[in-house]
Design a protein around this ligand. Structure first.
Ligand code: GRF
Length: 224
């Protein structure tokens, strides 16, 4: 029997290229996902156009209209409570979350981060990977907890760092791969294969000891 289509809300702040990758995958039939709404904390986020073009409901909830983090998060939560998505994707959502919000959705909220977590949490990840002399870098998708870019890591993609790399070249190489990672990972959710229990990620009922690694052929393996 086929699974019912997974309902999702995507939160963005900027370009929305990962949102676009999800929309494209849905439109091509690669991904069975109902993106119910896109929420942005910035009215001018270019990514909102991708949502509008695809006929997805858009809500702008500017953090500037709220006195503090808690009240802004509560306004976002109002939409989540009425839509009741099974998956919340933070796709370039540049906000630190209040503990209340993070805890409330901790079993169904994921974040994309352009580093091999737990390395380089926070901003400017490419330059920090270069400064640290890392020989490889990548992107991670993790369940969200109250700590910045913390929470159990579900999946990763890795790329080598070359001697002549800079932040721009790393970003250019990693960007398209991060799009593949988000589509492939959300697909696992749409197939109901991923769950989180007591801080451990399970794939088809089996505890993940390491993040899933997305290979060139588009399939996952456990990381070495
Ligand atoms: C991505 O690199 C993601 O890892 C980070 O923010 C960026 C968002 O890019 N959290 P976009 O808005 O999806 O183009």
């Amino acid at each position: 029997m086929s699974q019912p289509t997974l309902k999702a809300t995507v939160l963005i702040s900027g370009t929305g290229s990962n949102l676009k990758a999800l929309i494209d995958a849905v439109e091509s039939g690669e991904l069975d996902l109902d993106i119910m709404r896109v929420i942005s904390n910035r009215a001018k986020a270019p990514g909102l156009q991708h949502a509008s073009n695809a006929g997805i409901a858009v809500s702008v909830i500017s953090h500037k209209d709220y006195p503090d983090r808690e009240s802004h998060d509560a306004a976002v939560a109002q939409y989540l409570e009425s839509d009741r998505p099974c998956l919340i994707v933070l796709a370039g959502y540049m906000r630190i979350l209040s503990e209340t919000f993070a805890k409330r959705y901790s079993d169904r909220m994921i974040n994309l981060h352009p580093s091999l977590l737990p390395l380089h949490k926070g901003l400017d990840t490419y330059n920090r990977a270069l400064q640290a002399g890392d020989r490889e870098t990548g992107a991670s998708i993790h369940f969200v907890t109250a700590g910045l870019d913390s929470g159990p890591v579900i999946s990763q993609i890795r790329i080598p760092v070359f001697d002549d790399d800079n932040a721009e070249s790393l970003s250019a190489r990693l960007g398209p791969l991060e799009h593949k990672l988000v589509v492939a990972t959300v697909k696992l959710f749409s197939q109901k294969k991923i769950t989180l229990r007591a801080g451990t990620v399970y794939l088809e009922g089996k505890a993940l000891e390491k993040p899933l690694l997305l290979k060139d052929d588009g399939t996952f393996s456990a990381t070495a």
